[in-house]
Design a protein around this ligand. Structure first.
Ligand SMILES: Cc1ncc(COP(=O)(O)O)c(C=O)c1O
Length: 369
């Protein structure tokens, strides 16, 4: 029996087959249109490009196979996150966000949710699965958190949130549905930045919301239509193309990350290595239980900001860029953006380079080489 992910990976590559007619292209056509032929609007079909587009539909059908849930596509991860929050929160509501997750989610909450009359509480990711959510409407978790790679138990967090009558939104960007399945663990809504591993080539921004509750997802779709935060057809087409190789890329990236994390942990110039796949890591036990892999992100500390910057500049096979999940390995010092981490803390996103070549380049650039 193939495992679920193998079957999912195969289905992703053939999800259009049932609808193909003779002469149809095997790869999906890219349809960029603001308007469609509408001689009679009561007949249905495509009307205007802000409401729906055939290339979005193709991407959403593919993402639905990945998530095993209906999906609404967005032009960025933040567009997906803001849509999910705006669709589920009202004035007077209380939301819990991670204090150590992706910083723009906090900035969005402070800039728009608070003035709207929403109370925003912050909790460290590790505290989510032991918290009492009485009085909370939405619990928004991110696990493993970016950039600290702390985790919470999704099922236990969802159990506690549901006991308090709260909805659970999970940002699954750092893992993707191949490595972690929040909806199957009890989350109500998944949000993700497809800018990262799903598209995988650092050439576009994209995101999606997945949810098995039709009423909630209809509200999310309505938010997209009325706010106008719609994906471009070309970007949607590129994400679809990227996802066809997601499982293969992740396999290489996660295996390499495991090797590199071990070697960093054994290196005398490196401290504080975080990788959920290391048996001694604080995230290991929960991740091993609830995830299908440990991801491709590694955190580690060099002694200071200048030492870290020198390392990043010296390594020929690390793109010095923000973001993660691409074919090329990349790394950056997260304190430069104000993340609550040490000045010399580096987030390393392991790409698909052959691991020994990548490790040699990293080792030669580390202090003391
Ligand atoms: C965990 C996480 N969620 C969401 C986002 C936002 O994605 P985007 O940049 O596509 O808006 C990011 C971006 O880095 C992220 O790391």
């Amino acid at each position: 029996m193939p495992d679920d992910n193998d079957l999912r990976a195969a289905r992703l590559l053939h999800h259009r087959k049932a609808q193909l007619g003779p002469g149809d292209p095997i790869s999906p056509p890219l349809i960029s249109a603001a308007t469609f032929h509408v001689p009679d609007h009561t007949l249905g079909g495509f009307t205007y490009g802000r409401a729906a587009n055939p290339t979005w539909d193709t991407l959403e059908a593919q993402l639905s196979v990945l998530e095993d849930a209906p999906v609404v596509a967005f032009p960025s991860g933040m567009a997906a996150i803001s849509a999910a929050l705006m669709a589920t929160l009202r004035s007077g509501a209380r939301v819990v966000l991670p204090s150590d997750g992706y910083y723009n989610t906090r900035l969005f909450a402070d800039a728009f949710l608070v003035p709207m009359g929403v109370t925003v509480d912050y909790l460290p990711t590790q505290a989510f699965d032991s918290s009492d959510f009485a009085g909370v409407s939405v619990v928004f978790l991110e696990t493993p958190s970016n950039p600290g790679l702390d985790v919470c138990d999704i099922a236990e967090t969802a159990r506690r949130a549901h006991a308090a009558g709260a909805l659970v939104i999970a940002d699954n960007t750092t893992m993707t549905p191949f490595l972690q399945r929040p909806l199957d663990l009890g989350a109500d809504i998944v949000v993700a930045a497809d800018t990262k591993a799903p598209s995988g080539h650092s050439d576009l921004l994209a995101g999606h919301v997945a949810c098995r509750d039709t009423a909630i997802l209809d509200r999310v779709r309505n938010w997209r239509r009325l706010s106008g935060a719609v994906p471009g057809a070309f970007e949607a087409w590129l994400v679809h193309r990227g996802i066809e190789t997601l499982e293969v890329r992740l396999d290489r990236m996660c295996r390499s990350a495991g090797v590199i994390a071990q070697r960093l942990a054994a290196h005398s110039a490196v401290r504080g290595v975080r990788y959920p796949g290391l048996p001694g890591d604080a995230s290991h036990a929960i991740c091993a239980r609830q995830a299908q892999g440990f991801g491709f992100l590694i955190g580690f500390e060099l002694p200071s900001a200048p030492v870290a910057e020198t390392f990043l500049a010296a390594c020929p096979f690390l793109a010095q860029s923000t973001s993660f999940g691409a074919t090329h390995s990349s790394a950056e010092r997260r304190a430069r953006w104000g993340d609550p981490v040490a000045e010399g803390f580096i987030r390393l996103s392991v790409g698909v380079e052959p691991v020994e070549v990548l490790w040699q380049a990293i080792a030669e650039a580390l202090p003391g080489a």
